[in-house]
Design a protein around this ligand. Sequence first.
Ligand SMILES: N[C@@H](CCC(=O)N[C@@H](CS)C(=O)NCC(=O)O)C(=O)O
Length: 223
Amino acid sequence: MTSKPVLYYTPGSPPCSSVMLCAAALGLELDLKVVNLKDGDHLTPEFIKMNPTHTIPVLNDDGVVVTDSHVICSYLADKYAVDDTLYPKDKTQRMQVDSRLYFDCGHLFPRVRLMVEPVIYFGEATISEEKIRYMQRAYDGLEKALTGGKYLCGENLTIADLCCAASVASAEKFAPIEEEKYPKVKAWLQCLSELPYYKKFNQEQADILYNLVQTKFAENKKA
Ligand SMILES: N[C@@H](CCC(=O)N[C@@H](CS)C(=O)NCC(=O)O)C(=O)O
């Protein structure tokens, strides 16, 4: 009997939420192992051996180690999906999904990090207006990308939706999605929030991050 893929993750981390959303969409159970970033679990020699760039999530699927949430989602969908809607095999469609995955990797998630990490790790007590506006500019990219249907790449849910939604669900707690400017982003996120596994693997995760940042705001203001 092969064992469940192991996911090294931290609750409240958007890239980890992406992978948990993807696994849920695939009906795949993961063996979840918490990595405590605050205690430096990701900097131990054992972890560095798995992922020299010391980021979570990391997947270990029967000895195959996969790093980066986008790559993990592609790998899981390729390996475990019953059909190819989540991550199309058609080259053109796959390229379109990959473009949106890279948009998350290069634009959405880094701007979430820019808002929250200085608060969590470096004692900042506010998130500046500039950082909020910078995040909202990335919503503009999504708004313009949402032209061809209900989801980012047309009428089918893909891993691009799951990865982008993990970042946006956390981002919107600090940088609101203004309905007048980004109606399609709002409608897209609303549509995704109706997925049966969304609340547990995305909304509740975004709440964890939000609450951590609120706690840190309070601590950092006192310091
Ligand atoms: N592109 C990576 C980003 C992962 C990432 O930055 N994770 C953060 C936590 S949300 C992390 O591991 N930070 C620890 C570090 O950078 O050392 C992915 O999608 O997996």
